[in-house]
Design a binder for this molecule. Structure first.
Ligand SMILES: Cc1cc2nc3c(=O)[nH]c(=O)nc-3n(C[C@H](O)[C@H](O)[C@H](O)COP(=O)(O)OP(=O)(O)OC[C@H]3O[C@@H](n4cnc5c(N)ncnc54)[C@H](O)[C@@H]3O)c2cc1C
Length: 555
């Protein structure tokens, strides 16, 4: 009989995730954890069971755009895949957005919500994308003071009733620029009754959503970002037809193929001004804080999924007379990416915790400033880690990792979007430099790192603590010197700087957690994660001559 390899399996994705469970025990009061644990376990069971099976079966399905009906009417209807339809229902019922707004657990509600989302996302092919934007839209509307829109949309965005639930898109990117949104050419005209938008949105992911927040330039406004205003659009009119929105085509993408990312033509689309006749980029910024946090949690969740499969497979796959799980080099390889995952998990959930505290009015002024800095740091650091970790996961399966119907290549392709959308690594690194200047310098981050590490006593953790202190000091020195040398110098090194800060924070959180774990006799797992993470250099700042870079790229 020919040899048949048993495939990897997933168990309950909550109960088998030691890193997440320990993190929650550490971060949540026991009564809160007790109250939410059954729901997390149910989600974990679904994610490793029915949803995972459905995801594998749904692999070949993609969203379908029908532009015309049989009689020649332009209908531009998008049908999402069966998995996405199920995902939408579960997302509403389980309160993947609602939990953050019901605030049943006050400052801990974001941790609750993101723990659910973390379990849900890897089995639902990026359904987290519309959920992130829905969450962001609810946050922006609530902060806008626009009572009419708050009444109209927020109850739909935050309901647990699937028949009432709306998701929201966020249409910012135009062909002229996704990073440099100030170049946007969409025009808003007031026709006496309503605003009408005309222009093209080049990457609109939640096209099947019922509403969107978007940017357009009211006629007569100046060029650039400040001249853009924030608008609310409903995608369908009262009869269910497109609201003067043409879906020109769906993008043919490397990954995220379940996400119906479209090129849209706004053809006099009726819209409501959310707030202010300008400053749209500033006004939509709270949405980006939320979607970037989802992105970081999604990055950690994808890494965890890859590792869960790779670790299970290593126990099943025999090579050279023994399971891969017993081979020192395979153990070393998986342990390296497990530490990366755990660092990302800590940072993503630390940001979620800060967000929850800030929304519940429990954050100090310094913590609110810290959140503004840590959101881009976490997004850019975890996005890069996800791609690297998932690439290693694919290799850990050998040839099987490269074969589509194992469902594995999907993980890498989907993860590849995480460093791109919601701000690329470079753009967020530059954003961080700007935010640091506004915050008065890197000292706020250095202070927070010290606070995180103040309880550390174990000998190896003290060494790690000193390493972090040195690294952040080196980052501070670099920043000062680069800023002194001029804008080009600090821009050129911004990515190395930002990743250095991101890795330092991940290590600081791992060390804090390891001390807590050891104090509470919870085994050596967390200590091992901190030590392993610290074995790879966290200081990525090097002195690179910009003239060399230019010479290298010269024709
Ligand atoms: C699958 C997918 C779904 C998406 N969905 C949405 C959506 O729903 N809504 C939406 O609004 N957008 C969406 N986007 C768009 C996404 O946000 C943009 O693609 C992204 O912000 C980058 O913008 P860009 O494509 O214009 O690239 P550019 O801005 O042209 O960037 C190209 C490269 O230049 C770098 N770069 C840019 N500026 C600088 C600088 N000053 N210094 C150094 N490097 C720089 C970038 O890092 C990048 O590597 C989606 C994208 C993808 C891939």
């Amino acid at each position: 009989m020919a040899f048949i390899q048993t495939p990897p399996e997933l168990g309950n994705q909550y109960t088998s995730d030691r890193a997440l469970r320990e993190l929650l025990v550490h971060a949540l009061p026991p009564d809160v954890l007790r109250e939410i644990e059954a729901a997390l376990s149910t989600m974990g069971e679904r994610a490793g069971g029915e949803l995972y099976r459905m995801q594998l079966a749904d692999r070949g399905n993609e969203p379908m755009l029908t532009q015309w009906d049989a009689w020649g009417n332009r209908i531009d209807r998008i049908e999402v895949s069966p998995l996405w339809r199920v995902a939408e229902r579960i997302a509403a019922e389980e309160g993947l957005v609602a939990t953050a707004y019901a605030r049943k657990h006050g400052a801990y509600s974001r941790l609750h919500q993101f723990a659910l989302a973390y379990l849900f996302m890897p089995s639902t092919d990026l359904y987290g994308c519309p959920l992130a934007m829905t969450d962001g839209a609810a946050c922006v509307l609530l902060g806008s003071g626009n009572e009419k829109l708050i009444k109209r949309a927020v109850p739909r965005l935050t309901t647990r009733d699937p028949s009432e639930f709306w998701t929201s898109g966020q249409w910012m990117t135009e062909a002229s620029g996704g990073s440099d949104v100030g170049l946007s050419a969409t025009v808003a005209r007031h026709d006496g009754e309503t605003w009408r938008l005309t222009g093209r949105k080049w990457f609109a992911s939640a096209t099947a959503s019922r509403m969107a927040l978007t940017l357009a330039r009211p006629e007569g406004n100046p060029a650039g970002g400040k001249g853009l205003a924030l608008f609310y659009v409903e995608t369908r009119d009262a009869s269910g037809m497109p609201n003067r929105i043409l879906v020109n085509r769906l993008k043919d993408k490397l990954g995220t193929r379940k996400v119906p990312t479209a090129e849209l033509e706004l053809d006099g689309t009726p819209a409501e001004l959310v707030m202010g006749l300008g400053d749209g980029i500033r006004n939509i910024a709270p949405l980006l804080n939320i979607t970037r946090t989802w992105n970081s949690v999604c990055a950690a969740a994808f890494m965890r999924r890859g590792l869960a499969l790779a670790r299970d497979y290593a126990r099943r796959r025999i090579a050279f007379g023994a399971p891969l799980a017993s081979k020192p080099l395979h153990i070393d390889t998986l342990a390296g990416i497990e530490a990366e995952f755990q660092g990302a998990l800590q940072l993503a959930f630390f940001v979620a915790e800060l967000l929850g505290r800030s929304e519940a009015g429990r954050a100090s002024g310094e913590q609110a400033g810290l959140l503004r800095l840590l959101v881009p740091i976490a997004k850019l650091t975890t996005g890069k880690q996800a791609v690297a970790v998932l690439s290693e996961v694919i290799e850990a399966f050998g040839g099987a990792g490269y074969v589509e119907d194992t469902g594995l290549p999907l993980l890498l392709r989907d993860a590849h979007v995480l460093p791109i959308w919601e701000g690329t690594t470079n753009v967020l690194s530059l954003d961080l430099l700007g935010a640091l200047t506004a915050a008065g310098g890197i000292q706020v981050l250095q202070r927070e790192a010290r606070l995180l590490l103040q309880g550390v006593r174990e000998a190896s953790l003290l060494r790690i603590s000193a390493l972090i202190e040195r690294t952040l000091e080196a980052a501070a020195v670099w920043l000062e010197q680069a800023q002194h040398a001029g804008e080009a110098e600090s821009e050129a090194g911004a990515r190395r700087f930002a990743l250095t800060v991101g890795r330092s924070f991940e290590l600081a959180l791992l060390a804090r957690h390891a001390q807590w774990s050891s104090d509470n006799q919870r085994g050596s797992h967390a200590l091992a994660a901190a030590r392993r993470f610290s074995a790879i250099p966290i200081n990525l700042i090097t002195s690179i001559d910009r003239n060399d870079s230019m010479a290298l790229l010269a024709d």
